[in-house]
Design a protein around this ligand. Structure first.
Ligand SMILES: *Cc1c(COP(=O)(O)O)cnc(C)c1O
Length: 373
């Protein structure tokens, strides 16, 4: 099979989504599946929907269009503010967008009116991540202006954590978001339907014991796809952490001294250096590099250590294990490695499990069931 390639287990993604939807549902929270790390891959989006997410969200309009073309017709929101050049696409393909700038919101409203429709706006509050966000003290005023803007409707408010910074939200942060929802209603009137607390970094809080208050939604990418907590990198209990694997081919396997060879130390002096014969290590070169993935985010089989990587090569120390040229190495991925691999044109994507075939769902793996009668 072609390499490098990402193999994707749709069943595990669906199971992760289902598990989170069930556990968060019991706490009064709905789940929006975030597809940006997989470039809106339609089969993965469907696996999330089959797992029960209420809708999808992506940061790029091109990914949303990819899902729409594949026939996905659930609610999709833009979690990055639409660009001026993509207002019409955002309105046509997305039900809602997360916004922080009145200028953008007014232009969205004007574009929606021109298209004879209305667009839902969710205001993103700045609560410490210091990426996009309206300062809490300005949220009421901004909400009032959205309500007064033709072509848009205020659907809700949201917070975001651990994207720029690495701090998970606290119960205090979430209580503040609830208070903001109450304040916006008190100041502006209409019911704030959606109160979206954040992403996978919120799970320790959301699955804890504390009150969820007005928070009624989370937008989850990493937890569904990789089963890990973005702040700690630790696996989340009950979730699959191996829905994705990256395969690369070995193009050189050779014992080399673990220290630098003499020629590169002082070639001008012709210095010789003795290399102990037991100092040789099996260095293996893989045909995958920084252009294909974030190599520092790869997880190698046990006993194999990353030495370094360049644009197109990754060098690993395989210790005593012989890895022949032409064989494939299977690696796990973290969120950055996944995101880079899924967006790299030279990395093939192979899906296993439930796929859409000719407009209907089929299980690719034929399973036979015995029925007890
Ligand atoms: C990426 C992103 C998410 C999802 O984050 P995960 O950590 O992958 O769950 C949610 N909201 C916004 C605004 C994002 O940019």
């Amino acid at each position: 099979m072609t390499t490098p390639r990402v193999e994707i287990d749709l069943g595990k993604i669906q199971a992760n989504a289902r598990c989170l939807v069930r556990r968060l549902g019991a706490r009064g929270l709905s789940v929006t599946g975030v597809t940006k790390a997989v470039c809106g891959h339609p089969d993965i989006a469907r696996a999330m929907l089959d797992g029960g997410v209420v809708g999808l969200a992506d940061a790029r309009i091109a990914n949303v269009v990819r899902m729409r073309i594949a026939g996905i017709n659930c609610p999709i929101s833009m979690i990055r503010a639409p660009l001026l050049s993509e207002m019409e696409d955002a309105i046509q393909h997305c039900d809602a967008s997360y916004n922080t700038e009145m200028d953008t919101i007014r232009k969205l409203g004007a574009a929606a009116k021109k298209l004879g429709t209305s667009h839902d706006v969710i205001l993103l509050a700045e609560m410490g991540d210091m990426r996009e966000g309206i300062l809490p003290e300005n949220l009421n005023e901004c909400a009032a202006r959205v309500i007064a803007t033709p072509g848009v409707a205020l659907k809700g408010i949201a917070a975001n954590f651990a994207c720029m910074g690495n701090a998970a939200p606290t119960g205090g942060d979430m209580a503040m978001l609830s208070r903001l929802a109450d304040q916006v209603e008190g100041a502006c009137g209409p019911f704030v339907e959606l109160v979206s607390g954040g992403g996978s970094a919120n799970l320790p809080w959301a699955l804890g014991e504390g009150s969820t208050g007005r928070v009624n939604n989370l937008r989850l990418g990493e937890a569904i796809l990789l089963g890990t907590d973005p702040v700690t990198g630790h696996p989340i209990a009950g979730l699959h952490t191996d829905a994705f694997a990256l395969f690369a081919e070995v193009i050189e396997a050779r014992d080399k001294p673990s220290s630098i060879p003499p020629a590169s130390i002082a070639p001008e002096r012709g210095m010789l250096k003795l290399v102990r014969s037991d100092d040789l290590r099996a260095r293996t070169v893989l045909a995958v590099g920084q252009q294909d993935t974030e190599t520092s985010g790869l997880k190698f089989p046990s006993g194999i250590i990353l030495i370094g990587a360049t644009c197109d090569h990754t060098v690993v120390d395989t210790g005593k294990t012989a890895v022949p040229v032409g064989s494939e190495m299977k690696m796990g991925v973290n969120y950055s490695a996944l995101m880079r691999a899924m967006s790299a044109p030279d990395v093939a994507k192979t899906v296993h499990g439930k796929q859409k075939v000719n407009g209907s769902f089929n299980d690719c793996e034929t399973q036979h069931y015995l029925t007890l009668v």
